[in-house]
Ligand binder design. Structure first.
Ligand SMILES: NC(=O)c1ccc[n+]([C@@H]2O[C@H](COP(=O)([O-])OP(=O)(O)OC[C@H]3O[C@@H](n4cnc5c(N)ncnc54)[C@H](OP(=O)(O)O)[C@@H]3O)[C@@H](O)[C@H]2O)c1
Length: 267
């Protein structure tokens, strides 16, 4: 038995579930981390550029419960290199010796109007929204199988039949991730369940980002939502936890959009 397997064997006796959330330092990812931690999970916060925020969050959670949160820093482009992917798996398993839940939350989101699409955009949007979720699932599967664990993917109500106008590459990438959920649910049952959560508008782009929306755009969005409000990251976190704990649900995708998918016209 190698060192990692020994550690896994030992910590299996501690049956507090362990959750990894990609892109977990802020926004929806951080809300999922906090909600899971509140429920008693041990959490692994993956981040790339937001290391300071991830460390701050881990520190706060560890002060609530010692040794309950850790951070792993990586550009998910590492899935393009098998040795780097293997290292990433070691870093994920090292702190707690097990993995019960994998949440694919990391993503890039920006418009790619036809006529302007280039290879770096295609690579980045496909990598973060489709390729990395699949290859991380594959690499971490042996650990999820041991725990009879599950995978939850963050999708998008725009990802298939109501595409976002001007976002073809993002729409395609999220549609691929949606198909991954259904395909892996079939292939990994009965050991590992695979489900998806599709937000509508659950947190606006950061006000200082190039995707920021002005007041008129925000008012338009609210008018298009039957529940008459922008969703919250906590609305998403609650549905992720529901799917993790719903032991007879696999291959299912829940829209958490205040009804917006019923009214959506693709813009
Ligand atoms: N916001 C919404 O209302 C909404 C609507 C529909 C769907 N969704 C989906 O819900 C999920 C969360 O949404 P969000 O708005 O909270 O996400 P976000 O802030 O746009 O992105 C989440 C994280 O992804 C990480 N990330 C991006 N590229 C990466 C890379 N190459 N390597 C590693 N990490 C990378 C970033 O981590 P660092 O900051 O550490 O670099 C970022 O903080 C996404 O999958 C999104 O598509 C959200």
């Amino acid at each position: 038995m190698n060192e990692l397997d020994q550690k896994a064997d030992k910590t299996l006796q501690d049956n507090t579930a362990v959750m990894l959330v990609t892109g977990g330092a802020k926004r929806i990812g951080a809300a999922i981390i906090k909600a899971a931690h509140d429920k008693g999970y041990r959490v692994i916060i993956h981040c790339h550029r937001s290391q300071q925020r991830a460390e701050r969050l881990a520190k706060a959670l560890n002060s609530i419960r010692a040794d309950s949160a850790s951070v792993v820093v990586a550009d998910l482009a590492l899935v393009n290199n098998q040795a780097e992917l293997n290292d990433f798996v070691q870093h994920v398993i090292e702190p707690f010796g097990q993995l019960d839940v994998l949440v694919h939350n990391a993503s890039r989101f920006y418009p790619t109007p036809i006529g302007s699409i280039d290879n770096p955009q295609w690579d980045e949007l496909m990598l973060t929204n489709a390729k990395a979720p699949l290859l991380l699932s594959q690499a971490l599967l042996p650990y999820l199988q041991v725990q009879q664990g599950c995978i939850v993917s963050l999708l998008d109500i725009h990802a298939y039949d109501k595409p976002f106008s001007g976002y073809t590459v993002y729409n395609m990438a999220k549609a691929a991730q949606r198909t991954m959920v259904q395909s892996l649910a079939l292939e990994l049952a009965p050991d590992v369940r695979v489900n998806g959560v599709a937000p509508g508008v659950n947190i606006l782009p950061d006000a200082n980002s190039d995707q920021a929306l002005d007041q008129a755009q925000q008012d338009n969005i609210v008018r298009s939502i039957p529940m008459q409000r922008i969703g919250t990251p906590e609305d998403i976190a609650q549905s992720v936890l529901f799917l993790i704990e719903a032991l007879y649900i696999t291959g299912h995708i829940i829209n958490i959009d205040g009804g917006r998918s019923l009214t959506l016209a693709g813009d």
